[in-house]
Ligand binder design. Structure first.
Ligand code: UD1
Length: 432
């Protein structure tokens, strides 16, 4: 299995192009199931999760074409998806197990075909992550849900029916699924306490371009007037705020200076404010965001993860790593997932000073130095936190289980090398 080797101590300086957002692209791909026409997505990231979703789409009968493309001179990909008629309505265990976001086929298949069989995703490294809110929303839209043999069997007689749904808690996945189901339902739907993450705005924008009637984009109340049919559209995937935030920390932790090209400031207000409060200079430029920590002394800052516009849970591990290089103590509180401090034991092995209290909070104290070590993480964002620690640690850090990173960070070593990091991928065949 591939590994990443980093020699710490280099100050990172330069520009990094931020790719299209994985968490936007995944539901956008599934939205293409709502029409027989072609949906074209530009600025698509090159990631293992996109490949996994494409494998599922192909199995459902979607024809996919891919072209190499450029955004502002940077290489990206354009995908077109066409599903004249699905040949299967099942998302099998093997695919759902590898990628939870496979659940995004539920809403569209149910809305267009009145049926979907989806393997229950089960737990994952960061928590139990049930699907009860998704399923309750589908039931309120008129679907019948049965669970047997580890599968969800969802059926609807005729079109789904518009409903007034009040989500019991904010869920990104359930909001996207309910939105994709409601656009083809008969009558009006209101989604209250909807998630407001920018990726949902991106999805709603594509759906409206396909002929849907959604109001309230960007707010917690989405109003949808159901339509009978949707059509093809071309859509540019929004820039990945989590990738941008991760490289912002790479600049800060090495006391370097990186311009995040293509990053969208409105999607990153809270994390950028935390960086400013810690003592980093952050500014908006014509091309994105400039993070400048040259010569800065950072001080600790408390953070608490919350649904958007609060501090994103997907940046918690990276900011926790940054706190290790700041003066004083910082309290990091995780409110979204119940098991999201799996990076802590690995950081301790690099010389960190962190006390985890229960499942929800950690006290992080700045340390004089971190030292390189072989480490591994159990999830995507935690893996990036280890890369960040490796960038400032003395000596060599080897990050194992690189497949986590390949799920969500496009050309990671290339991007970090381009700003001066001493980083390389060791392929299995290179190892002694
Ligand atoms: C999405 C993101 C993930 C991010 C998370 C929170 C994708 C592909 N993934 O995940 O990167 O960390 O949002 O911003 O976009 N919950 C339930 N029942 C449900 C659904 C969720 O109890 O039916 C709980 C979850 O266990 C979790 C919380 O609600 O504790 C929020 O989860 P949710 O917003 O649904 O996360 P995902 O959509 O899975």
């Amino acid at each position: 299995m591939d590994k990443i080797k980093i020699r710490g101590g280099k100050k990172l300086e330069g520009k990094i192009f931020i790719s299209g957002a994985k968490n936007a692209a995944l539901p956008l791909i599934c939205a293409s199931l709502l029409t027989k026409d072609t949906v074209t997505l530009t600025n698509m990231p090159r990631l293992a999760d996109i490949k996994a979703m494409n494998a599922l789409m192909t199995q459902l009968g979607t024809q996919i074409d891919v072209f190499d493309d450029f955004v502002d001179g940077h290489p990206t990909q354009t995908y077109s998806y066409r599903t004249p008629q699905a040949v299967s309505l099942t998302a099998p265990y093997d695919l759902v197990r590898k990628m939870r976001a496979s659940y995004y086929v539920l809403g569209p298949l149910l809305a267009r075909y009145g049926r979907c069989e989806l393997s229950l995703p089960g737990g994952c490294a960061i928590g139990a992550r049930p699907m009860d809110i998704h399923l309750s929303a589908m039931e309120q839209l008129g679907a019948k849900i049965e669970i047997k043999n580890g599968y969800i069997y969802a059926t609807a007689e005729g079109r789904l029916k518009g409903a007034h749904i009040i989500f019991p808690m904010v869920s990104v996945g359930a909001t996207c699924n309910a939105l994709m189901a409601a656009v083809l339902a008969e009558g009006n739907t209101i989604l209250e306490n909807a998630a407001r993450e920018p990726e949902i705005g991106d999805l709603a924008q594509l759906l409206n371009d396909m002929g849907a009637k959604i109001e309230g984009i960007g707010t917690a109340v989405l109003k949808i007037e159901g339509v009978k049919e949707l059509y093809g559209a071309v859509h540019k995937v929004i820039a990945d705020r989590i990738e941008a935030g991760s490289y912002a920390v790479a600049a800060a932790i090495t006391r370097g200076k990186i311009e995040l090209l293509n990053a969208v400031p409105e999607t990153l207000r809270r994390p950028m404010q935390v960086l400013r409060d810690m003592g980093v200079r952050v500014s908006e430029t014509d091309n994105g965001i400039l993070v400048d920590a040259e010569g800065c002394r950072l001080t600790g800052k408390d953070i608490m993860t919350e649904p958007f516009p609060g501090f994103p849970t997907d940046l918690q591990a990276q900011f926790l790593a940054l706190m290790l290089t700041a003066e004083g103590a910082s309290m990091v509180t995780e409110t979204i997932f119940e098991n999201r401090f799996m990076h802590v034991p690995e950081l301790l092995r690099m010389g960190a000073n962190i006390n985890v209290h229960g499942h929800a909070s950690a006290i992080v104290r700045g340390v004089e130095k971190l030292s390189g070590a072989p480490v591994m993480a159990t999830d995507l964002r935690a893996s990036f936190a280890l890369i960040l620690a490796g960038l400032v640690a003395e000596g060599e850090t080897i990050v194992n289980r690189v497949y986590h990173l390949d799920r969500g960070y496009e050309r990671l070593e290339e991007k970090l090398r381009s700003v001066g990091a001493d980083i390389e991928r060791l392929h299995e065949s290179d190892e002694e």
